[in-house]
Design a protein around this ligand. Structure first.
Ligand code: ARG
Length: 247
């Protein structure tokens, strides 16, 4: 019994030391951020992130609520989505909110085409304070070099496991002209890129739908990227100011 316990402890220690010190990719443990939500299936399995913008409304990515297998991309059923708010560690048991309805941007086809935004209306309001949305006419938040914070429970490296706790990373907004050279199909009217030319810091799989914040306002949604944190491959985010009137 004793041997078993110490063996378990030893194995746990090996795993603990193997856990990357940096995560999202290149990030750190996030402070308490109650409006940052995890989207899980009915079994509690994480599939995306989101942000609470009103007590009963969550902004996420359209691709997060699209059934991948279906040709044309059918919407994910609201009953199959749970919203976890006010909790950093997803291993800790707690309550989650149910979704009454899903709005997906009607023009969304796939991430590379843009319009990757959706709004979930919850069955009941949540007690957590929502995050303010960017103004429709805010251009300063998308200016080159602006530091943006991205949050999520996604992978901490390409091929690594998602993080059980909420992580965050700070990345600079890229000039639209630079992004247009790097990302095929880039549309400045609905997308914005962020990241370092040398890579190293980025969102990754599982962070999709999650928040990008500038000066306390929600300015973007994690949409896609080629791999994670690769040099010359910025993260692509939905430019929320462009969709402000629909949210
Ligand atoms: N599409 C991914 C997801 O579903 C997130 C992509 C973000 N990738 C990146 N390199 N910024 O979770």
């Amino acid at each position: 019994m004793r041997t078993t316990t110490s063996l378990v402890a030893a194995i746990a220690a090996v795993f603990a030391s193997a856990t990357p010190a940096h995560a999202i990719v290149g990030g750190t443990e996030a402070p308490a951020t109650p409006w940052a939500v995890a989207l899980t299936d009915a079994n509690g399995q994480l599939f995306c992130g989101g942000a609470l913008i009103a007590p009963d409304r969550v902004v996420t990515a359209a691709h997060c609520v699209t059934e991948r297998s279906a040709v044309g991309g059918r919407g994910r059923a609201p009953e199959s989505i749970r919203v976890v708010a006010g909790r950093s560690d997803l291993r800790v048991k707690g309550t989650s909110a149910k979704v009454a309805s899903v709005w997906r941007h009607p023009a969304f086809r796939d991430v590379t085409g843009g319009d990757d935004v959706a709004v979930l209306t919850l069955s009941e309001p949540l007690p957590q304070a929502p995050v303010p949305l960017v103004d429709a006419d805010d251009t300063a938040s998308y200016a080159e070099g602006t530091e943006a914070t991205v949050l999520g429970w996604g992978r901490t490296a390409e091929g690594a496991a998602p993080s059980p706790t909420l992580r965050q990373v700070s990345v600079p907004i890229e000039a639209d002209s630079d992004c247009a050279n790097e990302v095929q199909g880039f549309r400045a009217d609905g997308m914005v890129c962020a990241g370092y030319p040398q890579g190293g810091k980025d969102a990754c799989e599982g962070d999709s739908g999650g928040p990008m914040v500038v000066r306390g306002k929600l300015v973007g949604v994690v949409s896609y990227g080629k791999g994670c944190a690769r040099p010359g491959e910025p993260g692509v985010y939905t430019r929320l100011a462009a969709y402000r009137s629909r949210l």
